[in-house]
Ligand binder design. Structure first.
Ligand SMILES: NC(=O)c1ccc[n+]([C@@H]2O[C@H](COP(=O)([O-])OP(=O)(O)OC[C@H]3O[C@@H](n4cnc5c(N)ncnc54)[C@H](O)[C@@H]3O)[C@@H](O)[C@H]2O)c1
Length: 455
């Protein structure tokens, strides 16, 4: 940590904060420059608000400082433009004092026992606490269970700051306070149909002033801010949204398995049901859940629910179905090979797509990783191709050490297994040149060939 001393801004009133936001003079810190934090930093910068990004990953700080990017959908030119408008990246927490608002976007994974791992949030809170000053707004954006902001983060901030500051709570006001809110991130990576600005931003303040400050700050980059009564209500809102997705995906995965048995095409059925103008929202089956959110977040709530002697049965059932999907995929590949009088053991299989969903460069919790491992366990000789990943090395739960296979001589593979339906793939060619195609995403829709097995 640097020993440099920094000027301490003197203003600590709510009205000063609001004026600074209005005049675009507020300084915003974004902690955690990943898939959530970096795009958020660019949104503020576009609105002429000066952002300082903080990250403990020195490589990310260096890349950004040199005008580069490490997220495929963010171009280096966008970083350079932002830098010209004052965006900077650092790992020096001493600079927190200079900021008016601090937004925390650090990871919230599960540990090996499927329990919430809040260590990134607690580490961040401990790191910023000594540098907090009165009047600052601290907003947590990381997805987490209801109560985290108030029960976990606030006590660390209060205990660790040098000036004995307390978080402003309903009814308390003495000028020696900082302000706290929770506001969930709702980004849908790869979705280009809704502009980020048009996704309403939910905000829950620990007290009404914090809510007002957070609403003003987010109002500069979002068209609509939705206020809820507390940080816990905002935390729960995010979980409801993700659990809703998780449960509905599990439902459709289960119905897909039944449909396969009944010789029905679930994709055709979903398309037909989607024509209903009310009361039905389509969800699609797949090879299993992936990403940082849907496979992880529901378990934050089921863990917390135990404290209240409550079993979240929908979450557990959905988890059970979704976690089993990669295993079903292996079964379908085995059956498809069987029709060709081949065994999984010894067959050459090309897994098409590694990312957890199409057109994104995110491998986290991807079902492709589990599928590759399961195929290997069965003795298959597995290669993969994904334009976003030249190599797949070691992650928290896998160690594959594979190189992206070129799309040549597709006939050499006994089976092409489509796990991720990237738009750039030429599905006509895949079907034409492969011996057998197992399609877990309906990517070959409209192509009629006996080589295709949809599952
Ligand atoms: N990725 C998404 O699409 C998405 C969508 C909605 C919500 N979320 C939630 O947002 C949060 C962040 O997710 P993400 O996908 O951006 O994660 P990420 O892993 O891409 O980025 C997190 C960043 O935080 C940094 N970091 C970790 N500890 C730190 C610390 N103590 N100080 C400073 N930096 C630190 C990491 O180095 C990393 O760069 C999670 O809670 C996630 O559930 C993510």
């Amino acid at each position: 940590m640097s020993q440099t001393t920094y000027p301490t801004p003197t203003s600590n009133s709510v009205s000063d904060f609001l004026t600074k936001i209005e005049k675009r003079q507020a300084r915003v810190a974004i902690i955690g420059l990943g898939y959530v934090g970096l795009p958020l930093a660019l949104l503020y910068t576009e609105q002429k608000i000066k952002v300082t990004g903080f990250d403990i990953d020195q490589r990310k700080v260096t890349t950004l400082t040199q005008g580069g990017s490490y997220i495929v959908r963010i171009l280096p030119s966008e970083i350079q433009e932002a830098r010209a408008k004052g965006f900077e990246a650092t790992s020096d927490y001493g600079r927190i004092t200079e900021m008016d608002a601090i937004i925390i976007c650090v990871p919230t994974p599960l540990n090996e026992y499927h329990e919430p791992d809040l260590s990134y949030i607690t580490d961040t809170a401990k790191a910023i606490a000594p540098h907090l000053r009165a009047g600052q707004l601290v907003v947590l954006e990381s997805t987490t269970y209801p109560g985290t902001t108030e029960e976990i983060m606030v006590p660390i901030l209060e205990k660790g700051n040098k000036n004995g500051l307390k978080a402003a709570r309903k009814g308390s006001s003495d000028g020696q306070q900082f302000f706290v809110a929770f506001s969930p991130e709702r980004e849908d990576p790869g979705n280009t149909t809704v502009a980020r600005r048009d996704i309403p931003k939910v905000v829950g303040g620990l007290d009404p002033q914090a809510a007002e400050m957070a609403a003003a700050m987010y109002g500069t980059i979002f068209n609509r801010v939705v206020r809820v009564s507390s940080p816990a209500a905002a935390e729960m809102t995010k979980l409801l949204e993700n659990i809703y997705r998780c449960v509905n995906i599990a439902l459709v995965n289960e119905l897909k398995m039944l449909s396969l048995r009944m010789n029905l095409d679930i994709w055709e059925v979903i398309e037909a049901a989607s024509t209903k103008p009310f009361g039905f929202q389509p969800f699609y089956p797949g090879p299993g859940l992936g990403g940082h959110c849907i496979p992880v977040d529901p378990f934050y709530l089921s863990w917390k629910a135990k404290e209240w002697d409550f079993r979240t049965r929908f979450i557990e059932l959905a988890g059970e179905i979704n976690i089993n999907m990669p295993y079903h995929m292996i079964e379908y590949v085995g059956k498809a090979l069987n029709q060709h009088k081949k065994a999984l053991n010894g067959s050459k299989i090309l897994v098409r797509g590694g990312a957890y969903k199409k057109d994104i460069d995110d491998l986290r919790e991807s079902p492709a990783l589990t599928i590759i491992e399961l195929l290997q366990e069965q003795g298959a000789v597995v290669s993969y191709n994904d334009p976003f990943f030249p190599t797949v090395g070691k992650g928290r739960k896998y160690d594959l050490q594979m190189k992206c296979a070129p799309l040549e001589n597709l006939k050499q593979y006994d089976c092409a297994l489509i796990v991720t339906n990237h738009s750039d793939y030429d599905y006509q060619r895949i079907v034409r040149e492969s011996q057998l195609v197992v399609d877990t995403r309906n990517a070959t829709k409209g192509i009629d060939s006996p080589k295709i097995v949809r599952c």
